[in-house]
Ligand binder design. Sequence first.
Ligand code: SAH
Length: 459
Amino acid sequence: MSFAVNKNEKIRVTIEDLTHDGAGVAKVEGYPLFIQGTLPGETVDIHVLKTLKKYGFAKLLNIVEPSSSRVTPPCHVFPTCGGCQLQHLSYESQLIQKRKSVRDVMDRIAKLPDVPVHEVKGMDDPWRYRNKSQIPFDTENDRVITGFYKARTHHIVDTDVCLIQTKEADELMTMLKYKLQQLGIETYDEHTHKGMLRHLIVRKARQTGQVMVVLVTRHRKFPQKDAVVELIQQQLPNVTSIMQNVNTANTNVIMGNEMITLYGADVIIDRIGDTEFEISARSFYQINPVQTEVLYQQALDYANLTGNETVVDAYCGIGTISLFLAKQAKEVYGVEIVPQAIEDAKRNAELNNITNTRFEAGPAEEIIPKWYAQGKQFDVLVVDPPRKGCDEKLLETILTYKPKKIVYVSCNPGTLARDLRILEDGGYRTKEVQPVDMFPHSSHVECVAWLELTYVAQQ
Ligand code: SAH
């Protein structure tokens, strides 16, 4: 089969667009080529690596004419590391690009060209925002390396610094990297399933400054633990919790089931707004605390509560949105599939003396119809599903019982657009979409959409 370009060809192209995962797109006689590291408007020389039926991949050789939005990435392992995709694009342009990608799916998938997609709410300081780092270790040529996995591989790109994680995480990973051999602690080897230290996890509660460190080991027996605890305390006196997690399995799941407290408390406490949360080593918690407040405030604004409403928070995790809403609602019902997260949600409600929340563990698509069948009525439904979007059965339930207002929090604009189309066909109108930048320098974008029931569709 012949294409407009051939494998191994070296050609000059103009970049027309950027994909959702941050690759530049050039078209040669209509045939799209994806080229990482390039930006719209740029003229570049490329080397064609692979040609498939409908599109191909090429490697950037040389930038002939750079985009005016191009910046020098401050991180020395970008783009090899794979953690960030857009560091070569100015932050201002990243936000423009993310809005454009949301606009695009609203037009193409949701078929809602008239729905307002607002400017992305970005960060004033878009660095060092991650409150949790999971850092693997390995040994190469007798030297310990640490950093992050190269995109789509399990090969660590060695670094001492990651500009999107906390300084505490940088300090601890570097300190351990240079001390492990001296301490006689071997790094874990995924291929042979030998060695000891698998991962270092560092979590920081932004509002209180408390830091939790988790050392994931292959054995429970950890003879050097006292020495490690002492080193961590010397390095960072604000560490309030040091935990050992035992993961004996031959798996790439990071944590195992057994937790041992080596020092301090087994939780750290953080605040979102004025609500406090206890976070244990394995609880889910939004990773950008600054933007989480922006996101939740947006959901609250769209919910526009007066104090008389009964609200559902579907896919509620540890109840963060539920507790945020509870202060302005009559009652909030949270549902989440992970039972441990529901335990956390209940404890966090107690911790904040919030008494108007009810939490139940199970699939949202089964629990919500059950609540309706019991005769409960809901005024506002908040959903915050994983990347695959709302379950079909949940959408059917919504269209059967028709709550007046829906606030849809989404980490995947594509599935959001798909679900909005279904809800629109069932009688809802999408009023607005507000994108929020939770992950600067990555290609991800979070959205909050506000829907109102406008008419009851004829069956
Ligand atoms: N709203 C929370 C969590 C959102 S992440 C927050 O802001 O922190 C999405 C959550 O949906 C995860 O906690 C996941 O465990 C949960 N989940 C996935 N499938 C589910 C289902 N079918 N029913 C209920 N919860 C589900």
